[in-house]
Design a protein around this ligand. Structure first.
Ligand code: B1M
Length: 210
């Protein structure tokens, strides 16, 4: 089945929540792999949403509808992506840092970590440093993943790392950072152990670290 013919990308950009979910289910039923639907239809659609938002061709309510459509499709793909995974390799605590409510990329990273065999503790978005620390203790996490989509919330990543150090946990966890404005240089400056530009490379990097 040619995923282009399903028009999932176009409907995602148009924010058609019901149609994106229905067509994602149909594509699965027709034998498309969850990874193909994600990489060939959904992610390219979200890229275009980002470009149009930047160019002021789309506004926040429209972008939110596309984000909701993406979440709906993900609710179908998530169990399939996870099911294609391997046995557990460690516990990962992940969240978007305080002040930042962007969670689509973080959810994707979390989902692929689950698929890669990690036990994932997803703290959601707008997460305080102390919440990360408590979750590391509660779940004996070996990896912490921090996501930020705003240049203004990138410094919150350094605050989480400081809080982890202050709690005496720095040697126990590997810390990974990511999100559109985050760079390898920034990760190094704030004392993170790793950076990944996208979800797939985040998994590879984390596996090297643990
Ligand atoms: Co926001 N927003 N937004 N937004 N938004 C951006 C980020 C922006 C770049 C748009 C733009 O101007 N071009 C811009 C930031 C500019 C900047 O800081 N330099 C921006 C802005 C300004 C804002 C507001 C301030 C707008 C306003 O209110 N005036 C506001 C902020 C609210 C807040 O957080 N306090 C805001 C709000 C929103 C919505 C609520 C409307 C919505 C979020 C919905 C949601 O997430 N539930 C939204 C969206 C959707 C976007 C864009 C269009 C798309 C983001 C997205 O989901 N991309 C975005 C433009 C863009 O990025 N092109 C934009 C798809 C996602 C799969 O990619 O998240 O990058 P991404 O994740 C990737 C990688 O980055 C990486 O892997 C993922 C998958 O490959 N990755 C990691 C992410 N986390 C990782 C962690 C890792 C490793 C890799 O290790 C742990």
């Amino acid at each position: 089945m040619d995923l282009k013919e399903t028009h999932i990308s176009e409907l995602l950009i148009a924010g058609n929540i019901d149609a994106v979910k229905t067509l994602t289910q149909q594509a699965v039923d027709d034998g498309c792999s969850a990874q193909d639907i994600l990489e060939k239809a959904l992610l390219p659609g979200m890229d275009i949403v980002g470009q149009r938002f930047k160019a002021c061709d789309m506004f926040i309510p429209e972008v939110l509808r596309s984000a909701k459509a993406m979440h709906g499709a993900m609710s179908i793909l998530r169990p399939l992506l996870i099911a294609s995974g391997v046995p557990m390799v460690g516990a990962l605590v992940i969240g978007t840092v305080q002040g930042d409510i962007h969670d689509i990329g973080k959810n994707l990273v979390a989902m692929l970590f689950e698929g890669a065999g990690f036990k994932v503790v997803d703290l959601g978005a707008d997460v305080k440093p102390e919440t990360f620390v408590q979750a590391i203790l509660d779940h004996q996490a070996s990896v912490v993943g921090l996501s930020a989509l705003l240049t203004t919330t990138m410094p919150r990543m350094a605050e989480v790392i400081q809080a982890i150090k202050a709690a005496g946990l720095r040697e126990k966890v590997r810390i990974m950072v990511g999100g559109a404005p985050v760079t390898a240089d920034f990760a190094f400056q704030i004392g993170a152990d790793g950076f990944a530009p996208n979800a797939a490379s985040a998994i590879e990097k984390a596996k090297q670290l643990v």
